[in-house]
Design a protein around this ligand. Structure first.
Ligand code: BGC
Length: 491
């Protein structure tokens, strides 16, 4: 596959909307004014290629250790599973509004999992760090009690903590900054494994043995690599977005001279890019819109994670909502009535998905779901033309998100430059949005260069299974290295 070199401005499904408008003798002028007002939401291939160049530059800065928007955090995971991993593991998964505790048995290619999901109430997400980790320990204790694990010998534990962490080893990492609506005090700058251990000690009834701290992208890559050994990239497009990939150590200047605890310099290491923060230094200003500014301004972390705010599930619906509010205020939607659509967060990302499927499935173009959603929000005076235009805006927002992600993935594929590469992908947007995966795939194919062949692979529960795999690989490598050292000393 090679890049097309074309600089096309795609107008997603607008032709279809136009034909619908004619059928229903609807105000096409209005549609054209909306199209014009939304022009900046359509990204050309030329703009996407510029993003690729700027993102790689930011990544190189991150790898060199200089101050950079894209942090490029070493993960200390330097080997992927070889299929022989086995044993019993615990996994903790914190990264969104839910927290999971899992007991995982690995046996060859088989995995058996029992787990429990606990909610993390907003008061805890934004309370004190101590209360957050006490809650985690509490959930763990409940799970261990219910599964008769309390008296079991300490199981190796993989902790998937899906926020940017500055690690200096596999079992330690300081939170750089909270994302995705979390704001618990006293955690930024602290080692999250120590906070977890302290919380367990406070309650005295559980003991843990954390053998790996990892990001959800790393779990995703590992879970896919377990099935498919060409997997080199792990991507999440869910509440937040991020990617990790296998980087050669000689291209990570900030790790120059690094040797592991057995005095070995690995050839490669997984780098957690934290690409969500791309653009925080202004690199995305050339294409951000006044609507992106509005979403950012009202968020809990203004000025931070700007690329993420144009892509991920936490923001996609809100981004569509502020566009719709603006269009209504300009008199281009809902007869100029903007009150109902002006309530912040009244238009979650799942509405974007549902409306986009209306556009796909609805042969007669009656836009029933779209109408229902708008009515439920409280919008009055909804015309068929409004529904078509709301669907148009939603498709622009989701297409832009898919294309921005494609630029990031294509850049990584070009950088890795191997003939066959599998990209493990997970997250609610990738899983549940009706057109996002197809749009993503098609755009990556246009943006890669040379004869790279890639495939996107849905990762099956990277945060859980992946955590057990990282823990298993760490345990296996430790045993192998100890055995090698023992043999060497016998000689
Ligand atoms: C976090 C990443 C995480 C991603 C997906 C982002 O907000 O910074 O660490 O991988 O969300 O969960």
């Amino acid at each position: 596959m090679s890049a097309s070199g074309k600089c096309s401005k795609m107008r997603p499904r607008f032709e279809m909307l136009k034909s619908m408008s004619y059928q229903n003798s609807i105000d096409v002028t209005n549609n054209e004014m909306i199209q014009e007002a939304c022009e900046r939401l359509v990204l050309s291939d030329q703009q996407l290629r510029r993003i690729m160049v700027l993102m790689e530059k930011s990544m190189e800065q991150g790898l060199s250790g200089k101050k950079a928007a894209v942090k490029m955090l070493p993960t200390y995971v330097d080997a992927v599973p070889n299929g022989t991993e086995k044993g019993d593991f615990l996994a903790l998964d914190l990264g969104g509004t839910n927290f999971r505790v899992l007991h995982i048995k690995l046996e060859g290619k088989e995995t058996k999992m029992t787990g429990k999901i606990f909610r993390v109430p907003e008061s805890i997400m934004r309370g004190t760090g101590e209360a957050l980790f006490d809650h985690i320990a509490d959930c763990m204790a409940k799970f261990m009690e219910e599964n008769n694990l309390k008296d079991a010998t300490k199981l190796p534990l993989g902790f998937t903590f899906s926020f940017p962490c500055e690690q200096d080893g596999l079992t330690r990492g300081k939170l750089v900054t909270w994302t995705k609506g979390f704001k618990a005090s006293g955690v930024e700058g602290a080692d999250v494994v120590t906070l977890l251990r302290d919380a367990c000690h406070r309650r005295k009834d559980i003991d843990i043995d954390v053998v790996a701290l990892l990001n959800d992208t790393v779990g995703t890559l590992m879970a896919c690599a377990f099935q498919e050994n060409t997997c080199q990239i792990g991507v999440i497009v869910g509440t937040g977005t991020n990617a990790c990939y296998m980087e050669r150590l000689d291209r990570i200047p900030k790790l120059a001279g690094y040797v592991d605890e057995h005095n070995v310099t690995p050839e490669e290491m997984i780098i957690n890019t934290e690409w969500g923060a791309f653009g925080d230094d202004g690199a995305l200003s050339f294409l951000r819109t006044k609507w992106d500014d509005a979403v950012d301004r009202e968020s809990i972390n203004p000025g931070q994670h700007l690329y993420e705010k144009m892509i991920s599930g936490m923001y996609m619906g809100e981004c569509a909502r502020v566009v719709l509010e603006d269009l209504a205020k300009q008199g281009l939607l809902f007869g100029g009535h903007s009150d109902a659509i002006s309530t912040p967060h009244c238009f979650p990302t799942k509405f974007v998905s549902e409306i986009d499927s209306d556009l796909l499935e609805d042969d007669d173009r009656t836009f029933q779901k779209t109408y229902q959603i708008l009515e439920d929000i409280g919008v009055e005076m909804i015309t068929a033309n409004d529904c078509a235009n709301v669907a148009y805006v939603c498709s622009l927002i989701s297409t832009r998100a898919a294309h921005l992600t494609a630029a990031g993935i294509a850049m990584l594929l070009n950088r890795i430059n191997k003939k066959h590469v599998t990209v493990g992908v997970d997250g609610s947007v990738y899983r549940f949005h009706p057109t996002y995966p197809t749009l993503l795939d098609a755009k990556i194919a246009e943006l890669i260069v040379g004869d790279i062949e890639y495939k996107l692979m849905l990762s099956e529960d990277g945060s859980g299974r992946g955590a057990a795999l990282v823990a298993a690989v760490a345990t296996r490598l430790k045993e192998e290295k100890l055995a090698a050292a023992a043999t060497a000393s016998e000689r």
